[in-house]
Design a protein around this ligand. Structure first.
Ligand code: SF4
Length: 338
């Protein structure tokens, strides 16, 4: 984690401004709408790590794909290095190359019939890079992720899970990215291998001056990796602040519940503030505050008015009516960002 850049006021490398995404699906004979991401705004400073955390199905991965341009956004704007990106259609090639992603499953992310060298080289060939330069680049990124150059001739099935994820990281690095989105990138690995990959990611961030978006449901690894954290619930950011501040003093009831669910070494019980119940379906999110059906502090206002994500304390944004900064909007019942 490189923190210096994160704390200074410089132009964010990435800005996501009020971005929303719905999917129309078929449910039997009927059509329905999934409210996947609703009015999300985040920004990431260069050479820093933004952690995005939340339960499975909260919209983290959809947000990642919107950022990478893999899904078109319904509304809102995404800016990269200050440049607004088209909401639909092709992005400038230089931007595409500078934004890379590492997926959760290191095996399915690789072509089983291509050697490791071929997998890393392929996007460089598409770029038009000459063969000698590609060979050098492949050897260098393999070295930088801790793999011997001989691995270039290996195939994915010959590698362990940790080695395969190193290859996926090498493939992202080969494009000389500025931003890497890591979507549950260590979740499928054993704990001991996880630690090695996390340390590798930190080393690479320093060496390549990378900016990370680190997406995970695992609060411990998010805390370890991140300068800032955004907590997502049912497609929306409900709290965002510096990582140490979130873990020491979460303000949103959902964040408090999430953190209370982290097992402690001494087995101390944190049950009273744990989040209980199931997350509602994104097909039919609750009116007002989407967390109200599980919130111990919910009032009538929470059912009729959407809390605004706003600064409750300097640099600490929260969307909850318990804080005056999130005071009700004049439009009742609609969900944030829809
Ligand atoms: Fe709970 Fe209301 Fe705050 Fe939502 S707005 S988190 S329901 S207190």
């Amino acid at each position: 984690m490189t923190s210096a850049a994160a704390e200074t006021e410089v132009q964010p490398l990435l800005e996501v401004d009020n971005v929303s995404k719905t999917f129309d699906i078929k449910l039997g004979l009927k059509r329905a709408t999934v409210y996947a991401v609703g009015g999300v705004s985040i920004s990431v400073q260069p050479s820093s790590t933004l952690g995005i955390v939340g339960e499975s199905g909260c919209g983290k991965s959809t947000l990642a794909r919107l950022i990478l341009g893999l899904y078109p956004a319904d509304r809102g704007e995404i800016r990269f290095a200050g440049q607004p990106l088209p909401r639909r259609g092709k992005r400038p090639r230089a931007v595409v190359e500078q934004m890379q992603m590492v997926f959760q499953d290191p095996y399915s992310a690789l072509n089983p019939r291509a050697s490791i060298g071929q997998s890393i080289a392929f996007p460089l060939q598409v770029q038009g890079m000459d063969r000698a330069e590609i060979r050098d680049r492949v050897a260098r990124v393999l070295h930088d992720v801790g793999l011997h150059g001989n691995y270039a001739t290996h195939y994915p099935h010959q590698l362990s899970g940790g080695q395969r994820q190193r290859v996926n990281i090498a493939r992202a690095l080969a494009m000389a990215p500025r931003l890497v989105v890591l979507d549950e990138a260590v979740s499928a690995l054993d704990k001991s291998i996880q630690a090695q990959i996390l340390n590798l990611l930190e080393d690479l961030q320093r060496a390549y001056q990378l900016t990370y978006i680190f997406i995970s449901h695992d609060l411990n690894v998010v805390e370890y990796m991140s300068n800032r954290v955004a907590v997502m619930y049912l497609g929306q950011v409900v709290e965002t602040c510096a990582a140490d501040e979130l873990y020491q003093r979460p303000l949103h009831p959902y964040s408090q519940g999430l953190l209370a669910s982290i097992p402690t070494l001494d087995g101390a019980s944190t049950e009273p503030t744990r989040v209980t119940g199931e997350m509602p379906s994104p097909l039919n999110p609750p009116s007002g505050c989407r967390f109200r059906t599980r919130c111990p502090f919910a009032t009538d206002t929470c059912a009729t008015h959407v809390p605004v994500l706003a600064e409750a304390e300097p640099g600490h944004l929260v969307a909850c009516h318990l804080y005056p900064s999130s005071q009700p909007t004049t439009t009742p019942t609609t969900t944030q960002g829809e």
